[in-house]
Design a protein around this ligand. Structure first.
Ligand SMILES: N[C@@H](CCC(=O)N[C@@H](CS)C(=O)NCC(=O)O)C(=O)O
Length: 234
């Protein structure tokens, strides 16, 4: 099921890029995520008031160093981005190791297919990655031999292991439990409805999931109203 979801979402992303840019991205390899990102973002006519994000620079900087703190990650992966944000927020010197866990097809933009490689193949291509994340999913972090995987667990580990940076969790038990609940809600409900909407080819089903997605966003955003922190309530 999830493979179909991921494939569908990828197809949809490409359609969106094509629609926004009026450009049909057929560029095959060189297989570089950053080159691919630039290709997309340069061609798209973003509104002038939108600023460039510093993401690409950060990836370049972190990819160029060796560190005993290794983040196995994929630039496009929203789960891996959680771990990425946590490390940046904590000001940790870490090494970015880009992983493409999917089969490569030169005919697709950047070679991406989102057809998951079988685990033995991932082991062959990225031994350090699968040792760190035995599920074969990004993100995984190897901190001087301490290997942790699965995004929310990785984020909590980063917060606990690197005391030198700012604290990411509230200190009282009730607020902590809220953070855990609402982070899980995004994974289990918001994203689930979003993907279901993206992959559906049937207008009625699509509309149904669209409503569910918006409902779940509303429920989530209402939580912000209960705190002084607004969007930073988590
Ligand atoms: N529950 C995992 C999900 C991670 C995940 O699905 N990552 C995707 C990329 S966005 C992946 O590694 N896919 C490779 C595969 O399906 O084999 C987490 O929160 O870390």
């Amino acid at each position: 099921g999830s493979e179909v979801l991921v494939e569908g979402s990828d197809r949809c992303e490409r359609k969106i890029f094509r629609f926004l840019s009026g450009h049909n991205f057929t560029t095959p390899t060189p297989f570089s995520s950053r080159a691919l990102m630039s290709e997309y973002t340069k061609k798209i006519n973003w509104p002038a008031e939108w600023k460039d994000a510093a993401g690409e620079e950060t990836i370049a900087k972190r990819s160029a160093v060796e560190s005993p703190i290794k983040l196995y990650t994929s630039w496009f992966c929203p789960f891996a981005q959680r771990a990425w944000i946590a490390l940046e927020e904590k000001n940790i010197d870490y090494q970015w190791i880009e992983i493409n866990p999917y089969e490569i097809d030169e005919k697709e933009p950047g070679g991406y297919t989102k057809k998951a490689l079988p685990l033995p193949e991932k082991k062959k291509r990225f031994p350090g990655f699968v040792e760190t994340s035995p599920s074969g999913l990004v993100p995984g972090i190897d901190n001087n031999g301490e290997k942790v995987w699965d995004s929310l667990i990785v984020v909590e580990y980063i917060n606990d292991a690197f005391k030198e940076g700012p604290e990411l969790m509230p200190s009282d038990p009730l607020s902590k439990s809220r953070v855990r609940y609402w982070s899980g809600y995004v994974t289990d409900v918001v994203q689930k409805n979003y993907y279901a909407m993206l992959i559906s080819q049937d207008a009625e089903v699509q509309e149904n999931f669209r409503q569910k997605f918006f409902d779940s966003c509303r429920i989530f955003s209402r939580q912000m109203a209960n705190t002084d922190e607004g969007a930073y309530f988590l």
